[in-house]
Design a protein around this ligand. Sequence first.
Ligand code: FAD
Length: 324
Amino acid sequence: MIVAFVEHDGGRTDRSSLEALTLARRLAERSGEPLEALLVGDGAEAAGRQLGDHGVSTAHLVGDPRLADYSPAAWGRVLAQLVASRGADLVLAAGTDRGHEVVAHAAAFSGHAMAANCVEVEPGEPFRLTRQRWAGSLLEDATLDGPVRFLTIAEHVVEPEQAAGAVAVRLETIEPEVVEADLRSRVVARVEPEAGTISLADARVVVGGGRGVGSSEGFAELEELAGLLGAAIGVSRVVTSAGWRPHSMQVGQTGTRIAPDLYIACGISGAIQHIVGCKAAKAILVVNTDREAPIMSRASYAVIGDLHTVVPAISAEIRRVTGR
Ligand code: FAD
């Protein structure tokens, strides 16, 4: 039996979890094993109802209000208890911060091994997998031992896909044993993004700005372009370190990994830690004064020039063509 830990935002399943579920379903179809899911937090029931489309036969929902908010050890404990009670031999989750934390805790509580950021999985004896190391700049072939395998699936390596035919998903509310000590880390405050903000992780177009933007105020031109394109703003770490924009906008190894149709990278040199966050973009348009900048090797298109000239010119052309 395969168990997937599924993340959702108030009832809407996260794209990264749908990617991991797609891989989990393919493995379940190959082995003939059932695929079940664990969902925790407000909206778990609404998200669970949709999982029949992804081959999930049973969605286990956690009703305990103490677990409604994220708490890594406590959620990991629930996953470990479910894995033991259902006799699962394979556990998958998305390779997100939360997925890694919950699965790592569950594996530790269960006393079994875990492999993070897998890109390919070949079950059997030995159980083979390929996983990303060094923020995705290296791929490692490995085998994973033990009667229960815990995995996270690297983001943006599997295209989410529904099952050919939906199955009827059974919703089961579970009452896990909550260990008070596990609730040590818990959510104490929440900062909501401004209304109308487009999520960086899900955006189809991202306008990125780096040190070359020059200042916090310099982003006005990028924001204008983003507004015209319905795009999200992404930034390099230099920008967040300088306090020009918040960390929630950072793209990269220690920020968000994006997979838009188009990434417009303005004044960004293309350090490896930035590239690992944007390499899943289908196309990259680079705007940079330096034709030798490392990001040029990733560019689908490039404009060599000052972004403070090029970006307003793109916006002006969009306004001219669309009449906005
Ligand atoms: P620079 O490297 O300084 O590049 C600025 C670019 O702007 C240059 O190519 C320049 O030619 C161009 N430019 C200048 N003026 C203009 C202009 N007027 N018009 C057009 N182009 C112009 N970085 C991340 O981004 N994300 C991460 O998640 C991340 N994680 C890290 C984790 C670790 C452990 C470490 C050590 C580093 C990490 N970094 C990360 C930092 C990373 O190594 C780089 O320092 C950073 O990405 C560089 O940012 P930048 O491209 O904006 O700046």
